[in-house]
Design a protein around this ligand. Structure first.
Ligand code: EPU
Length: 424
């Protein structure tokens, strides 16, 4: 197991070009199977989640070739294959292949999914939606079998919650259904809009993606295409927070500032200086920060994925902050570890009550999931002394070249293997 050794206390300064979006890439990797032929995606982040998803695609006959951040997917000859359970369980979006594969090949089996341990993460919206589209569903011994021998049929699907994954999964699946599908109470996340643009480029007829009602006119078939994955709004947000927590001055580039509204507004409310241009945001914070209230919401509200990193920042803000997590019931793995570093966080149900402290102290901490890991890295960058963050395979799921990027900004962070590790 690898870990990070961070020497804290340096103000991060400089510019960062943000890598491609993990969550967008994962959604596109489900959709590539809809078209016969070779699809090429550029700017795919080379992180363990995209690598795993690509391997799962290979189990179904896709030929995948990585060339840096450009990846080709030859889906000419798909098979009714079997994916390794361990691989499928390790990422949530393995599941979003069910509908597209069933729509394309008529039959698919897949073990039930996994993902970061941040709550129960049920899949009922996905299953109800697939059933409404006419899929025959069986779950036996933890294996889903989805059959659509006569194809799928368009219908109206109401989501009980605007789930990003269910919207993406059902939207992609419905592109090959006969007739019209309407998804009501759809998620409005940028990742949904990008997936719709990708599918439309393949010949799908989707309208309304990015609003709460998405309409999909089914087509006979889709054709392969080339597509560029946009930058990752969550990696960008993390670097913005890294600037603020270290009292530094960082510009994140090649991003869409309109996707950062919630984080930008909350940073300003906490007292950071934020400037924006057409494709960049500059964050600096040399006068200290003050406590604020945050409540996570579906997009365009404050993103749950930034909740843990933002909580790390608020441990050092003067006064009290309250951070309420409304999307996941247990996205709190960072709390205990930040407290070990000297933070003062009281967890009450889904709310973290954070009383700002004047400094954090480095120690050995353990990442419990991807964004908890990011939160601990931010805390380590700001802390006095050395911090060791263990279990960084969680961080490798979603941050491309994290340590190189932070070192480029003047941070001191080194990846350690088991052998090279400093003991505490
Ligand atoms: N939900 C259900 N039933 C379902 C589906 C979802 O009850 O069938 C619930 C979930 O349990 C959760 C809420 O709905 O309480 C929202 O879940 P959603 O489906 O929107 O999340 P997701 O698609 O599983 C994606 C991202 C997450 C991100 C969420 C919310 C990917 C691969 N994952 O997950 O990203 O937190 O949307 O924006 O796109 C991360 O990157 O760290 C991460 C966890």
């Amino acid at each position: 197991m690898e870990s990070y050794l961070i020497s804290g206390g340096r103000k991060l300064q400089g510019e960062v070009d943000v890598a491609g979006s993990k969550n967008t890439a994962l959604a596109l990797l489900s959709a590539v199977v809809l078209a016969e032929g070779t699809t090429t995606l550029h700017n795919v982040p080379d992180v363990s989640d995209t690598r795993t998803k690509a391997k799962i695609l290979q189990s179904f006959g896709a030929k995948v070739t990585w060339n840096g951040n450009s990846v080709t997917f030859d889906c000419s000859n798909l098979v009714d294959g079997e994916a390794e359970e361990e691989m499928v369980r390790s990422i949530r979006t393995s599941f979003y292949l069910l509908g597209p594969l069933a729509a394309r090949t008529g039959h698919v089996t897949l073990p039930a999914p996994g993902g970061c341990k941040i709550g129960a993460r049920p899949v009922d919206f996905h299953m109800k939606g697939l059933a409404a589209l006419g899929a025959e569903i069986d779950l036996s011994n933890g294996i889903y079998t989805i059959a659509a021998p006569n194809g799928l049929t368009g219908t109206t699907i109401y989501l009980d919650f605007p789930s990003a994954g269910a919207t993406q999964h059902l939207m992609a699946t419905a592109t090959l259904a006969k007739g019209t599908t309407v998804i009501q109470n759809a998620a409005m996340e940028p990742e949904v809009q990008t997936l719709a643009s990708f599918l439309n480029r393949m010949g799908a007829k989707i309208e309304g993606a990015g609003t709460s009602m998405v309409t999909i006119q089914g087509v006979e078939s889709l054709k392969p295409c080339e597509f560029n994955v946009p930058s990752d709004r969550l990696q960008a947000g993390t670097y913005m927070l890294a600037a603020a927590i270290t009292g530094g001055d960082v510009t994140v580039r090649q991003i869409m500032p309109e996707h950062q509204t919630a984080v930008v507004n909350k940073l300003r409310e906490a007292g950071a200086d934020v400037d924006e241009g057409p494709d960049w945001i500059r964050v600096s914070a040399d006068n200290g920060l003050r406590g604020i209230r945050i409540k996570t919401m579906p997009y365009p509200g404050f993103p749950t994925d930034m909740q843990q990193p933002m909580s790390a920042l608020l441990t050092l803000a003067e006064g009290m902050s309250v951070v309420e997590e409304t999307i996941y019931e247990s996205r709190i793995g960072h709390v205990q570890e930040l407290n070990r570093m000297g933070a003062n966080i009281l967890q009450e149900s889904r709310s973290s009550i954070i009383n700002g402290v004047s400094k954090l102290r480095g120690t050995s901490v353990v990442a419990s999931d991807l964004r908890a890991g990011a939160a601990l890295v931010l805390a380590g960058l700001a802390a006095e002394g050395e911090t060791i963050v263990r279990n960084i395979h969680f961080i490798d799921r979603g941050y491309e070249k994290l340590e190189q990027t932070l070192m480029g900004l003047g941070g001191q962070i080194v990846r350690q293997t088991q052998e090279s590790r400093v003991q505490y």
